[in-house]
Design a protein around this ligand. Structure first.
Ligand code: DI6
Ligand code: FE
Length: 402
């Protein structure tokens, strides 16, 4: 039995016992890519110390679970800097979308790009996220909007798996926007989405299914058709819900036991109750809120009252959140949404794992994957506190130092 031990650390285990699940002067023992034991160093079993082949002295530094970015649109072509200029000149995000810009302009650039070009661009974004301690990443399709191009994007996402050791989970977001060739025929396009899904699933490209339920995107009835197709294949669902209006998407998603509902600025009481009952995670995306200069805050108090777990993510995408810093999102979740730094850290670890349906990571506990990050920090709150700093010292994924 070969064991590696990290010791003399302050471990924010994120177990929901004490704040941050903090263990002072902790030790974490790793075997075969999994955490064999985590706890106070003095209680480390002798047999593990005897079997240790590599000892890491952390010098009192902070150790957390690897960070999980549970909502990204990492694979896309081009950029939307010009639309940023237009919005600064007074145009709204919805105006630009209605005039054929917005998501559809990224669809054009994504269709024109080759698989290798998309891979190189997305790999760079992955590196930027990994540099800040991301060890698991969700990647959505949704800028191809036709079988061959959705396939291309999902294949890129699958190829990214393992880059810098990062785990990549894929989500099919065919119902992201109406492609120009289906203008005025949204129901027909949903028919196409429902046909694409089994083909992509059969190729092993889909871990979950998402949709954009909004007045500028798809209705509840159309979203429901996509969810039924997912259910018939045994695939879990997620939803972009209540971002720009209270469309009732969260209630619908809860009926399908969705893993998560994301955005949620306009979520109401009924939606929150339904999510709590279904065990659906609320994924908050402060980057999109900030970048679109939204003023409607997500109802954090309501989520807390109903016990809905809150996750935080970058929403990395070219239109509403061109962001590859999960640490910045933690800061913004606190400053803009008034989360506590502990909620922010739970939002990129334990609750983000739940939003992806991954029970094997997200906290530091025996039996889970040995994915963790050592930081040049003492207090866990330092991660959410600093703006533009990157205190990552070392990332370990499945027990391997990256
Ligand atoms: N909501 C968003 O914030 C992104 N997609 C979505 O459904 C925006 C995507 C874009 O503007 O390109
Ligand atoms: Fe999104």
């Amino acid at each position: 039995m070969t064991v590696r031990i990290w010791e003399h650390c302050r471990a924010a285990t994120m177990q929901p016992s004490v704040p941050y699940g903090l263990v002072e002067d902790a030790a974490v023992a790793v075997r075969d890519g999994l955490i064999e034991w985590a706890g106070a160093r003095k209680e480390l079993p002798h047999a593990l110390r005897d079997a240790c082949i590599q000892l890491h002295d952390c010098g009192g530094a902070l150790l957390t679970p690897g960070l999980i970015d549970c909502h990204t649109h990492l694979v896309y072509g081009g950029d939307r800097a010009h639309e940023f200029e237009l919005r600064l000149g007074g145009a709204s995000y919805e105006d630009i979308a209605r005039q054929g810009g917005g998501i559809v302009s990224t669809v054009r650039a994504t269709r024109e790009a080759s698989e290798d070009q998309l891979f190189c661009q997305a790999a760079r974004r992955l590196r930027e996220l990994a540099d800040e301690g991301v060890t698991t990443l969700e990647v959505k399709s949704g800028y191809g909007l036709a079988l061959e191009h959705e396939r291309k994007c999902l294949r890129v996402a699958r190829r990214l798996h393992g880059a810098r050791g990062v785990s990549v989970r894929t989500t099919f977001l065919g119902a992201h926007a109406l492609p120009p060739e289906f203008a005025g025929c949204a129901d027909d396009y949903i028919g196409e989405v429902v046909r694409m899904l089994p083909a992509l699933h059969a190729e092993g490209l889909v871990d979950a299914v998402d949709a954009f339920c909004e007045r500028i995107a798809f209705s509840r009835a159309q979203t429901q058709r996509v969810f039924e197709a997912a259910r018939s294949l045994g695939l879990p669902v997620k939803l972009h819900a209540e971002q720009l209006s209270n469309s009732g998407g969260a209630r619908l998603a809860a009926q399908f036991a969705a893993l998560s509902c994301d955005h949620l600025e306009w979520l109401g009481d009924e939606g929150a109750k339904a999510m709590a009952a279904a065990g659906t995670v609320a994924v908050l995306l402060p980057g999109a809120f900030y970048f679109l200069r939204e003023t409607r805050l997500p109802p954090v108090g309501l989520l807390r009252d109903h016990g809905v777990p809150i996750a935080i993510s970058t929403d990395c995408n070219p239109g509403s959140s061109p962001c590859t810093s999960l640490l910045l999102m933690m800061n913004m979740a606190c400053t803009l949404f008034r989360l506590t730094p502990e909620e922010a850290l739970a939002g990129v670890t334990r609750n983000a794992a739940q939003a992806l349906g991954l029970a094997d990571r997200g906290t530091l506990a025996a039996g889970l994957r040995a994915d963790f990050v050592l930081w040049d920090a003492k207090q866990p709150a330092q991660l959410a506190y600093a703006i533009g700093a990157n205190p990552r010292r070392q990332t370990v994924i499945e027990g391997q130092v990256q």
